[in-house]
Ligand binder design. Sequence first.
Ligand SMILES: C[S@@+](CC[C@H](N)C(=O)[O-])C[C@H]1O[C@@H](n2cnc3c(N)ncnc32)[C@H](O)[C@@H]1O
Length: 284
Amino acid sequence: MSNSPSHSPGDLSAAQRTLPGGADGADGAAGKAAFVRAMFARIVPRYDLVNRLMTIGMDRRWRRETAAIARPSGAFALDIATGTGDLAFELTRQGARGVIGADFCAGMLTAAIGKAARTDAAGKITFVAGDTTRLPFHDDTFDCIVNGFMLRNVTDLPAAFGELARVLKPGGRLACLDLTPPRCPLCGLFGFYIGRIVPLLGGAVSGHYFAYRWLGQSLRPHPDADTMAAIMRAAGLAEVGYRLIGFGTVAIHYAVKPVASERSGRGERVGRDGSTESDGHSAA
Ligand SMILES: C[S@@+](CC[C@H](N)C(=O)[O-])C[C@H]1O[C@@H](n2cnc3c(N)ncnc32)[C@H](O)[C@@H]1O
């Protein structure tokens, strides 16, 4: 692996520096998934450190809050897009009886397994390969599901939420933590931080400037918090809402899978622009 200076492309190939479906290209869902997987594989070694630095340590509190919303005590839980496993570990700290951490990037899973071996959570967590748009689990498997910083990386959000709803037990809770397009007046400041400072910081620490440039680029086509809530509701989820944290730059979206008698009248698709319906929400 190269250790390039922060402004160089690191070891990403020219094709991998071209963003699928984003500002620089339009390769569709498969291209974006391949791009995302390759990018995360490269930043594994310094992933946790850069997270701490760029959020000035707030990411830990955000994961704690996300896990708590999912109510993991005594639950069999899924952390999808687990990365190096921090949310999965948090679920066990908050009392989950068993946790599956799934991700489609083998390098991230290897790092998560290494971390688990150094904790007393090892016996409670199993890390497996899995794509959030085609989950390798039976219907109605999990009491609760969480994900952290996954949504921006997924092209087909309706498919992802459809899968999450499918594998969640009726009455089970979902909590999703991710950046969200901020509302003004913070837009300019946040745009500068995420678009300029984070790539420099991430590039300097990890050697992969372009991987951290993706963070800001992934937010540009990303649905705002209300639209995300509408997509979740259209996937058949109920009690959908969100909390804004991190000065409004981060959202925790949450929902419950309705029991069968509550499910009628749901299931229409909503585009990334939320074009078919609007949604009620709570913001805190
Ligand atoms: C920014 S990292 C977040 C990791 C971890 N959840 C955290 O809180 O730090 C995003 C992770 O999502 C994974 N990912 C992205 N798209 C995915 C998909 N469709 N299915 C499974 N994992 C995915 C990536 O491989 C990566 O590990």
